[in-house]
Design a protein around this ligand. Structure first.
Ligand SMILES: [Mn+2]
Length: 273
């Protein structure tokens, strides 16, 4: 099944944006996020493809769902997702650890240095349950690779004291109502959205639900503003765990809606001047 509104395979060359699933959850403590790409695609079929607020029709946005990337854990993972065309991407995870190999790919091949992450958690542990590549360590590994000064964390509401000590003078930490400065968004960016930044009431299907989260409207406003001001070449949406979701699939549905909004934001960025 393709994501709602995707171009059909025969028109894939015409796409200007691409969706790629990353069904990987080996670095999570509770498995299940590997089912998210499929379940978010399914959820996307339940939503109207006409976006009321922006008055855009999703199927006009010229994007293609390229299916799933399966060997993300392999250091030489299949990078055929990168066709060299510079098409803006949306990766649908997967646990948060997928952000490290994806960011590293862009860092090494395309000279992308900055990451903006929207997450309830700092993810700055050195090691978690014996695993340095755990989803709880992902931003630490990225900061060590790209420099702490190239990490902007928005919406964090949970970290250990040790994580906070390490980060507080070295990483840009913003509240949910703050926007990065214009110059902080200069250059090409990677945007990582952990769905657990949302309140557990509207996104219960996550491994580490964290009380006092934000609404989907607030998250969408933030994502729109970042994509409008910065040059986001790749975005991921991670940590949806369909096995922990409630029966009506609201976490998957909200994630699908977020994908719609990222696509619309890409389109507005490239077509409004
Ligand atoms: Mn998180």
């Amino acid at each position: 099944m393709k994501f709602a509104g995707s171009l059909p395979p025969r028109d894939s060359e015409k796409a200007i944006y691409e969706i790629i699933g990353v069904p990987f959850d080996d670095n999570a403590t509770i498995r299940g996020a590997s089912k998210a790409p499929e379940m978010i695609r399914r959820a996307s079929q339940r939503l109207e493809t006409f976006l009321w607020h922006s008055k855009l029709e999703l199927s006009d946005l010229m994007y293609y769902d390229r299916g799933d990337l399966h060997d993300i854990a392999d250091p030489d993972f299949d990078s055929s997702f990168d066709t060299g065309t510079g098409k803006r991407k949306i990766f649908i995870g997967g646990d948060h650890s997928i952000t490290y190999p994806l960011f590293k790919y862009y860092f090494e091949r395309l000279g992308l240095t900055k990451i903006v992450v929207i997450d309830a958690h700092a993810d700055f542990r050195d090691v978690y349950m014996g695993n340095r590549f755990s989803n709880a360590c992902v931003m630490r590994r990225i900061a060590e690779l790209a420099g702490f000064e190239n990490v902007i964390e928005i919406g964090v509401r949970s970290a250990s004291w040790e994580e906070y000590e390490l980060m507080r003078d070295r990483v840009r930490i913003l509240g949910i109502d703050d926007m990065p400065e214009e110059q902080e968004l200069e250059g090409r960016l990677y945007l990582s959205i952990d769905i657990d930044v949302l309140d557990p009431g509207i996104a219960p299907g996550v491994e580490y639900p964290e009380p006092c989260g934000i609404s989907l409207e607030v998250l969408i406003r933030l994502v729109r503003a970042i994509i409008k001001r910065g040059d986001v070449v790749a975005c991921d949406i991670v940590e949806v765990n369909p096995e922990l979701d409630i029966k009506n699939g609201i976490t998957c549905l909200n994630a699908a809606r977020l994908v719609f909004e990222v696509l619309a934001s890409y389109w507005l960025k490239d077509h409004e001047s």
